[in-house]
Design a protein around this ligand. Sequence first.
Ligand SMILES: Cc1cc2nc3c(=O)[nH]c(=O)nc-3n(C[C@H](O)[C@H](O)[C@H](O)COP(=O)(O)OP(=O)(O)OC[C@H]3O[C@@H](n4cnc5c(N)ncnc54)[C@H](O)[C@@H]3O)c2cc1C
Length: 466
Amino acid sequence: MGDMLKRVPVREQDAKERATNFEEVCYGYNLEEATEEAARCLDCKNARCIQGCPVSINIPGFITKVKEGDIEGAYEVIGQSSALPAICGRVCPQESQCECRCIRGIKGEPVSIGKLERFVADYALEHDIKPKKAEASNGHKVAVIGSGPAGLTCAGDLAKLGYEVTVFEALHELGGVLVYGIPEFRLPKEKVVKKEIEKVKELGVKFETNVVIGKSTTIDQLMEEEDFEAVFIGSGAGLPVFMGIPGETANGVFSANEYLTRSNLMKAFDPEYDTPIAAGKKVAVIGGGNVAMDAARTALRLGAEVHIVYRRSEAELPARVEEVHHAKEEGIIFDLLTNPKEILVDDNGWVKGMRVIRMELGEPDASGRRRPVEIEGSEFDMELDTVIMSLGTSPNPLIAATTKGLETNRRKCIVADEETGETSKAAVYAGGDAVTGAATVILAMGAGKAGAKGIHEYLSGEREEA
Ligand SMILES: Cc1cc2nc3c(=O)[nH]c(=O)nc-3n(C[C@H](O)[C@H](O)[C@H](O)COP(=O)(O)OP(=O)(O)OC[C@H]3O[C@@H](n4cnc5c(N)ncnc54)[C@H](O)[C@@H]3O)c2cc1C
């Protein structure tokens, strides 16, 4: 038995090697390592870790099962709260949720909850352990828009309660950002995402791809002409934000979403596909969030020298600590306290560089973070051939514009109740990035759960009145 103050280290692919391939970076625990790490859990009576989890997984409950060697039992405990544990175990910001509340963290390192969740979920995928299905249909039809974590969770929860659920997805692949945004080296698609979606299918959920709600059909039509009694909108926030600086429409400027979609979904990295992606010998990614790290690490694997250009300092980087650490290890260059002023364009309309200015941190702004201020006269030019903008996204206004009586706020987000997902329109519920703006997988899942609960209360209440 190792030092109880320290976590069992997790095996990872060597940094130099992985900078040239798209294989998964982290290998996860094996049974022996997971059992050793699980033994560090103190099984607290008042488990603060559960309070830190947006879907309230019974964390000490599943870890106790791991300690006992009952991995199937551990999966059952997690399955009561989460339909996508192999995904969450890989991409949740555990360090600011469950793990930062772990008592073990006071004197030593917190229990590696995320890696244990991943171990249990991967075991269930490998051993094809089935989720529990509803005994019979209750005859109610519900439509879910979008197959990201919010839509998948809402659909799965409703199916378990016996609803007939159809998910409508605009793209040809299911999974939302899990497939088109987060890269393969962090979240394997065939091995993890597709298999976890299969489990939602096994609950009886139907999926229709290539259906853009607002174009192919509308929410009003689904309810009036196709007898859907309730709708959950989980359409995400896929519309990129740009800076509005000169040169931004040049060839060689991408939004991070487009760049990642070309690579992840349209396999631009694979010579067998003819999807074009930037020439990318010298790439700058503007922004400091998870999306920026993913775009930068993708460009690196495509053979480029990559700079992250971020206007604040390292302490304010919004990306997960683990992502920044991995990006640095792989050789990404961080140009911090630096902000773009103009993209420099050659005579043929292609990016040739970027004028930037140095920044310093001033007084705290409304967000509580110190405001970056330009240092006069500190401009300089970077030589580049690709610029990737990763400044955030907002919800696409299509659904709101085509649905009568659906209220949105000034950020174009759908207005919905946090507890129930209820919107301004009767029988229409919403959650995830479409409501909050770009957030996290687990928050979207929490919102999907809340929406399922809200719809169930609404439809079962209706049944009582009938
Ligand atoms: C590159 C990247 C990296 C990220 N990394 C992390 C991370 O490490 N950890 C983390 O927790 N979060 C991360 N996030 C954020 C996280 O992925 C999102 O918060 C989460 O996916 C939101 O889930 P959602 O279900 O609300 O929306 P989405 O995942 O965006 O899914 C919405 C789905 O709705 C579909 N849709 C949209 N409009 C329509 C329509 N009109 N009709 C039919 N279908 C429609 C879309 O095609 C999409 O499939 C990352 C995001 C990105 C972009």
